[in-house]
Design a protein around this ligand. Structure first.
Ligand code: DGT
Ligand code: CA
Ligand code: CA
Length: 575
């Protein structure tokens, strides 16, 4: 491993940046900066020096920094830097890479306007709020606007699908309404329902007389249009999301839909299959020689290749082609299959609305039961309930159920898993509940063995029903914590208890791969909104999409059961 002075200096500068965003001690930050500067100025490669003493001879390098240089030289990594990278949301780090934005300004944006990523910044520029922040005079703002316009895709990485959807659906409707346009679809990872998207791929069906790309120029959500011809254009939307536009004729629409939906891996396998049959598959159609066998319809493309039509969520080359060949694709879960929701909050803890309003909203969302799972009292959650308040809430729910017809409110709680694997509420407090959702809300950075032991220990408690958001990730903000998921899955299977697919837009946790593992193991899933207000039962749509990507069928899901069957499954978890 060859480490250059520039590498060491860059690592120290990054540490200083991240510490500075965190508002760390100024002396500590300056020590890293000065060391970086001195190392950059050295006439020789410091990594070639024989030992720590030689490192310490450089001005500004003490024992601590010398040890870090040694670590970097030996391993190529710095544990301290990796830890900081996990702590500081990637969006803030993306902001740092914009010209004119150092850590001090990033911190100012964060404190004054809660700006956490380039997309937030773009909005603040668009609405003029940036001018309110100290240190952002006209010159700084002008430079930032230029930078944001120039390099949006570098400044912003993958976007959570719910955030992308806010721009994708209006864009699709706009294009579909352009005179002469026959169809417009958002394809790519968006159509596959991936949890995040890199860019939007927009496919438009129109005859040669129509120029949808030209129509786009007047579109209100357009940030910039880069390359543009009649059949191909690319640009970026005002929220920073890049897009590719393709225009095809109707005789190719199905083939193009297939091609640009991807995934790339799925497409490669499909084209191999075509080739093995002496055919050629492209975005223009499926051909034998020059004769087109399929093109207008995506279904026909699959059928002509001897395959069932494959739902886009499955197109990841995870066995779907083999299943489609055997006519053994799963009948995937649908939103309409859900009979209830087993994770929702009221203002008894950190929710926004009353118990009555939440159940009315659940009912309006087409559900027949909802579990109220307010937080237990714990560090992070100020308004969490203790045993006494939980008991009173249970009484209120009992009274409510007396009056309700055709709808059931289940008594529940979302209970913190403490650092040592105990639960934040005593077994006696949990015994009267119908649903006990447990979750990790703290100590995310325990080593894998400890984190796994912690969760396994919690799963041993007598009243546990569901493990909520099992990986703890927050898209763009927090990585999953280190956990041996196989062991958790085995424990859930043996116990039994159930695993949640949390539909909060930044959680979508379990992810698709783990959903599939749970389905294969026969561990039932709870498709959950984790609603904190009446509008958030819409989170169920995202959870369903995620579950479909993990091959989940109606039978794999706990809350597709009518209430009587559900109660049996809930009781089966009791010890
Ligand atoms: P993303 O944008 O990173 O979330 O993921 P995708 O899947 O939307 O990827 P993207 O936007 O690069 O391309 C859209 C689709 O176009 C992709 O899913 C399949 C097709 N495609 C793009 N590039 C290639 C390629 O080099 N080979 C093949 N076979 N297909 C490609
Ligand atoms: Ca894409
Ligand atoms: Ca693309």
């Amino acid at each position: 491993m060859s480490i250059h002075n520039a590498d060491i200096a860059a690592a120290f500068d990054e540490i200083a940046d991240l510490l500075s965003i965190q508002g760390a001690n100024a002396f500590r930050i300056r020590a890293y900066r000065r060391a970086a500067q001195n190392i950059r100025g050295l006439p020789h490669q410091i990594a070639e020096a024989a030992d720590l003493a030689a490192y310490e001879a450089v001005p500004g390098i003490g024992a601590d920094l010398a040890a870090k240089i040694a670590e970097l030289t030996r391993t190529g990594h710095l544990a301290a830097l990796q830890k900081l990278r996990r702590q500081v949301p990637p969006g803030l780090r993306d902001l740092l890479s914009l010209p004119g934005l150092g850590p001090v300004r990033v911190r100012a944006l964060m404190t004054a306007l809660k700006i956490k990523n380039p997309a937030d910044l773009r909005r603040a520029v668009a609405t003029g709020r940036l001018a309110e922040v100290r240190g952002f005079g006209p010159a700084v703002r002008a430079r930032l606007e230029q930078a944001l316009a120039r390099a949006p895709s570098e400044a912003l990485k993958r976007m959570p699908i719910a955030q992308a959807a806010e721009y994708a659906e209006p864009l699709r409707r706009f294009l579909a309404a352009v005179p002469g346009v026959e169809r417009a679809e958002i394809v790519g990872s968006y159509r596959r329902g991936r949890d995040t998207v890199g860019d939007l791929d927009v496919l438009v069906c129109a005859p040669p007389t129509v120029d949808p790309a030209a129509a786009l120029r007047g579109y209100s959500d357009l940030g910039a249009l880069n390359a543009s011809g009649r059949t191909k254009a690319s640009g970026v939307l005002r929220n920073g999301l890049p897009f590719d536009l393709r225009v095809v004729a109707s005789e190719s629409f199905g083939a193009a839909l297939q091609y640009f939906t991807g995934s790339k891996e799925h497409g490669i396998r499909l084209r191999q299959r075509a080739r093995a049959r002496g055919l050629k598959l492209s975005e223009y159609g499926l051909f034998r020689g020059r004769r087109s066998l399929a093109g207008p319809s995506e279904r026909d493309v699959y059928a002509t290749l001897g395959l069932e039509w494959i739902p886009p969520e499955l197109r990841e080359d995870r066995g779907e082609l083999e299943a489609a060949e055997r006519h053994a694709l799963p009948q995937l879960l649908e939103r309409a299959d859900l009979k209830g929701d087993l994770h929702a909050h009221t203002r008894a803890s950190d929710g926004h609305d009353s118990l009555e309003d939440m159940l009315a909203a659940a009912r309006a969302a087409g559900l027949t039961y909802v579990a109220i799972t307010d937080h237990s009292r714990y560090l992070g959650i100020v308004r969490g309930q203790d045993a006494a308040r939980l008991a009173r809430q249970c009484d209120a729910i009992d009274a409510l159920n007396e009056r309700l017809r055709g709808f059931t409110v289940l008594k529940g709680a979302e209970v913190d898993i403490l650092e040592d694997g105990r639960l934040a509420l005593a077994d006696a407090a949990l015994a009267p509940l119908d649903v006990v959702v447990i979750a990790v809300h703290s100590h995310f950075d325990l080593p894998e063995a400890k984190q796994t032991a912690r969760v396994l220990r919690a799963l041993e408690r007598p009243h546990v029903t569901i493990l909520a958001h099992p990986s703890g990730r927050l898209l763009g903000e927090r990585e999953p914590y280190a956990l041996d998921f196989e062991r958790v899955l085995s424990a859930a299977h043996e116990r039994p208890c159930y695993l949640e697919v949390n539909g909060q837009p930044l959680r979508l946790d379990l992810d698709d791969v783990r959903v599939k593992a749970a389905v294969e193991r026969g561990v039932l899933l709870s498709i959950a909104s984790d609603a904190h207000s009446v509008g958030q039962f819409a989170n169920l749509d995202g959870a369903v999409r995620q579950a479909r990507r993990g091959w989940a069928r109606k039978a794999d899901v706990l809350n597709t059961r009518p209430i009587a069957q559900l109660r049996k499954l809930l009781r089966a978890t009791r010890r």
